[in-house]
Ligand binder design. Sequence first.
Ligand code: GN1
Ligand code: MG
Length: 360
Amino acid sequence: MNELFTIVQHFHPQGTVTDIRPLGTGLINDTFRVTTAEPGAPDYVLQRINHHIFCDVDGLQRNIEAVTNHIRRKLEAGGAEDIDRKVLRFLPADGGKTYWHDGESYWRLSLFISRAQTFDSVAPYYSYNAGQAFGRFESMLVDLPGSLTETIPGFHDMELRLRQLREAVRTDAAGRVKEVGRYLDEIEQRADGMCLAERLYREGSLPKRICHCDTKVNNVLFDEEGGALCVIDLDTVMPSFVFSDYGDFLRTAANTAAEDEQDLGRIGFDWDVFCAFTQGYLDSARAFLLPVEIENLPYAVALFPYMQCVRFLTDYLNGDTYYKTAYPGHNLVRTAAQFRLLQLVEERQEKMRAFISANV
Ligand code: GN1
Ligand code: MG
């Protein structure tokens, strides 16, 4: 822990640091809350960036700076108040970059947004606000000059994720392929349909935009009244299809259970959350969305449980090398839970289509 105190000092925080303790439940980075003594000094969030997954930390932080500065300027131009609660602010470290390399790990420090809350599941009212927040996030970035790095190349490329799964099956590094035949069949049956986005992109009819690409419900900060304050966890902000942001939020928020629920009977699809989120998203994004993007939103709701099922299963077959796991078989439990959710979404495709056409 002393080591963490030393690292924080490279960012020259205001006030005296009195406490540093783990924060949140992310599966990739290690996150800590940094508390300062003085009432006037802010608290901070310290993160160790997982550079085995995000290999180009410099490019990643340049993306985040470009995005947060752009949003900050827009908020300022629009006369917004309390801007440090609406967009993340990263501190420069010694050397001038917004990260510090201690020879082994990469670290970054941002302002802690106080009086904010995160949730692993939300009521419809919150979902409407979150939908609006993600639509606004994308719309503020439609005119971002220059291009962003793909911090994980092909991150939401379904064709790539399937190739990675097939490779894991071929290698069978952990000797687990024999246990998962049922999931492999279910996945292969749907593979063609699920790669629709890549086909539309190749034909030139579907654009990539700057998306958040990890819109899990716990990556939105809400204020005390349930308003969406700020979108966090910006490592994966990159060019992608809008399906990423729309689909991944519903994957987590509309699921009535956790993404790793063991009792499949508890997994449900919350229709009211779907409706509220969709309305919020369309209210702030309909001005820039193309018909092909709107028409395929129901596909996006299925795509993300499917993709996550493929990714968790791939990691299971590879011997659990990517996601943090809490117990043996955790990635297989996650696979089963995502597959169950996918089935529930598939049953509701027509109903979703009707709701979206009535609300555009
Ligand atoms: C990871 O970092 P975290 O826990 O918010 C993952 C997402 C997955 C998610 C599944 C870089 O997100 O893509 O959807 O776990 N992030 C990365 O819970 O792989
Ligand atoms: Mg997160």
